[in-house]
Design a protein around this ligand. Structure first.
Ligand SMILES: *[C@@H]1O[C@H](CO)[C@@H](O)[C@H](O)[C@H]1NC(C)=O
Ligand SMILES: *[C@@H]1O[C@H](CO)[C@@H](O)[C@H](O)[C@H]1NC(C)=O
Ligand SMILES: *[C@@H]1O[C@H](CO)[C@@H](O)[C@H](O)[C@H]1NC(C)=O
Ligand SMILES: *[C@@H]1O[C@H](CO)[C@@H](O)[C@H](O)[C@H]1NC(C)=O
Length: 369
């Protein structure tokens, strides 16, 4: 009961704060902004932006320009005095790239009637434009390799009119994993959720790009076709194992609990989607295990497409290569070695691919059934 009351008090405080913010926003008579919100700058290079002040500013005020990392980005002006400004006022500001990385240039005004939330520029400082291009091309190639990787298995099933040798646990986990991943990607483009995202990270960039959405929806679609093949083609005594069913029920339970939390307003949809993406990561971690075990038990990889593994391997290697190129270009090695989800998972799937190569080309190479 005490907790409830406290929560209610918190809510009323938040509500009052909202009313105050709305009130002061309605009183705001001036706002300023840069001519761009995103900028790419080379190390040791400089560029000029313009800062525009719109509206009336009575009296004197000082605008403070600042960056988060002085060793990455500096400006030739750090403050601007404004006196009795009426109408648009424009200042050119010169930016210098000191070192590679990501930084934010922002402007603050110590006058509540000036709206400064739009006055920021996300700056990417890179060593080389060519490397950025190589990184983008590598990105498109692994996007292609991973997208095509679904088809060799489908083709093999179709040619044999059989799915014997293809592990159903793998297919089931893959389907759930890609559904969760699509939910995350599509979800972050829903305006409501985007609002939650920008409320939490006011100057952040939506992490989901269009090709992530295309890739994940296509992956669900392709996996569904494979599932359909499993219904219609010869399958022997294969079925989804009890272990996999328990794991999936556990995921189902987790997701239901998360939905309840959203319903009770303990978490917002953005949190829900992030938790779904973490569940997806655990699926990526385990999904190849049942297939590897099955190959081992059958002493054969017949029915399990090596073309799929080959494309997955190329995609995995290129995604790691891209991470390394970007780490150098943006001086961001922490994201490679400090983020186990991205680098570790890429590396893990490459290691599984190598295991499948060894099973296919070394251990069970003569088994044709
Ligand atoms: C930037 O300039 C400094 C000093 O002039 C130099 O030592 C450094 O190598 C340069 N960096 C790049 C990436 O050109
Ligand atoms: C405003 O700035 C001008 C010029 O810098 C100065 O002379 C004046 O005293 C300032 N007024 C106030 C109210 O700070
Ligand atoms: C700015 O406006 C104030 C009040 O209207 C006035 O007293 C002051 O002289 C003005 N300052 C300048 C520099 O125009
Ligand atoms: C800053 O750079 C801009 C653009 O080059 C220039 O117009 C402006 O005068 C500079 N300001 C200062 C204080 O050096």
């Amino acid at each position: 009961m005490a907790v409830r009351t406290q929560k209610f008090t918190m809510r009323s405080i938040v509500r009052v704060a909202f009313v105050l913010i709305a009130y002061s926003a309605s009183r705001a008579c001036a706002r300023f902004s840069f001519n761009t919100k995103d900028l790419v700058l080379l190390v040791n290079d400089s560029t000029t932006l313009t800062l525009t002040l719109m509206g009336n500013v009575p009296g004197n005020t000082t605008l403070i320009l600042s960056t988060n990392h002085k060793d990455l980005l500096t400006t030739n002006i750090s403050k601007i005095e404004v006196t009795n400004s009426t109408g648009p006022n424009v200042w050119p500001v010169e930016l210098f790239g000191q070192d590679a990385g990501h930084d934010l240039l922002k402007v603050d005004a110590y006058l509540s009637s000036i709206k400064s939330s739009d006055a920021f520029v996300r700056v990417t400082l890179q060593h080389s434009n060519e490397l950025a291009l190589v990184s983008a091309v590598v990105g498109w190639i692994y996007f292609g390799a991973w997208s095509i990787s679904f088809y060799p298995q489908m083709y093999e099933n179709w040619k044999r009119k059989s799915v014997v040798g293809l592990n159903f646990d793998f297919i089931a986990l893959n389907l759930i994993g890609f559904m969760l991943y699509s939910m995350f990607n599509v979800g972050l483009w829903i305006p409501e959720v985007e609002k939650e995202y920008s409320a939490r990270y006011p100057r952040g960039l939506n992490p989901v790009q269009l090709n992530d959405i295309l890739f994940s929806i296509h992956a669900v679609f392709a996996t569904l076709i494979t599932v359909t093949q499993c219904y219609f083609y010869e399958k022997g005594d294969q079925q989804v194992s009890r272990t996999a069913k328990s794991i999936m029920s556990f995921y189902g339970l987790l997701i239901t609990m998360l939905l309840v939390l959203v319903y009770l307003q303990n978490i917002v949809w953005l949190d829900f989607l992030y938790y779904c993406s973490y569940i997806k990561l655990t699926i990526t971690l385990i999904k190849y295990i049942p297939q590897a075990v099955m190959n081992y038990k059958r002493k054969s990889t017949f029915g399990w497409s090596i073309g799929n593994i080959f494309l997955d391997f190329i995609g995995g290697l290129l995604s790691i290569l891209q991470m390394i190129i970007n780490a150098y270009n943006y001086n961001d090695w922490a994201s490679v070695f400090g983020d186990p989800t991205k680098f570790g998972l890429g590396l893990l799937s490459v290691i599984f691919d190598i295991l499948f190569f060894v099973q296919h080309y070394v251990f069970y190479r003569f088994k044709k059934t």
